[in-house]
Design a protein. Structure first.
Length: 221
């Protein structure tokens, strides 16, 4: 029996790779996108639901799938207002996990970040840690929290500071060995491949997937 996947953030870097791969994957006959604006030129297996992601309750009746891929995220430079930042990076994934639980979805995958820690004194890593904690509280049967390092790939929007950081890390990549290996850049496509592999691994579990493991899963599948 073929499956239905639901993607939040399909217009973003990693989410767009998840979408491309699921379209090509014969295990799926329906892909639902929940987003602020419509993506053009999508095949018949893609259904789009347009609205405000900060109010996911409006999508409750359509929030039905076998798997949820939550690829939502913003940056300090893109969203300098901390209140709005938290509504996006914390609020959307947590609301999505609650809807998934209510609607009986058994597989939920969400992208977090390396260094996520609810006890952190840094707002951004603390926000990610709090998001993880409250997603895991939903006790969805198969929950995968992915914590990539810097995400590499060609973005549509300009992110100057992130671009500079990526250039720096590309230069020092060969030096990131041993315990520093976890800081290596992870390609967005690698993350997408890892997510789809995990969703189809038939392992009933809750897992934190660290950056090195994302690399391994994404490069070997």
């Amino acid at each position: 029996m073929k499956k239905t996947a639901l993607i939040l953030g399909a217009s973003g870097l990693t989410g767009s790779y998840v979408l491309q791969k699921l379209i090509a994957d014969e295990r799926y006959d329906t892909i639902k996108l929940i987003s602020r604006s419509k993506l053009k030129d999508q095949p018949a297996k893609v259904s789009q639901f347009i609205g405000d992601l900060l109010d996911l309750e409006q999508f409750k009746t359509d929030f039905i799938a076998d798997e949820v891929y939550c690829c939502i995220g913003t940056t300090k430079s893109k969203t300098p207002d901390k209140t709005l930042y938290k509504k996006i990076d914390y609020g959307i994934p947590v609301s999505a996990s609650k809807l998934a639980k209510i609607n009986g979805i058994e597989t939920f995958l969400v992208i977090s970040s390396i260094g996520a820690d609810k006890n952190s004194t840094t707002f951004y890593t603390k926000t990610k840690g709090e998001m993880e904690q409250d997603v895991l509280k939903q006790n969805i049967k198969n929950t995968y929290v992915l914590r990539p390092s810097l995400i590499g790939g060609q973005r549509h929007e300009k992110r100057t500071l992130e671009h500079m950081g990526l250039k720096f890390f590309k230069v020092i990549q060969p030096l990131l060995i041993g315990p520093l290996k976890k800081y290596r850049i992870v390609k967005a496509e690698t993350i997408a491949t890892a997510m789809i592999h995990l969703a189809n691994s038939n392992q009933q579990q809750t897992n934190i997937i660290n950056s090195e493991d994302i690399q391994q899963l994404g490069n070997n599948n």
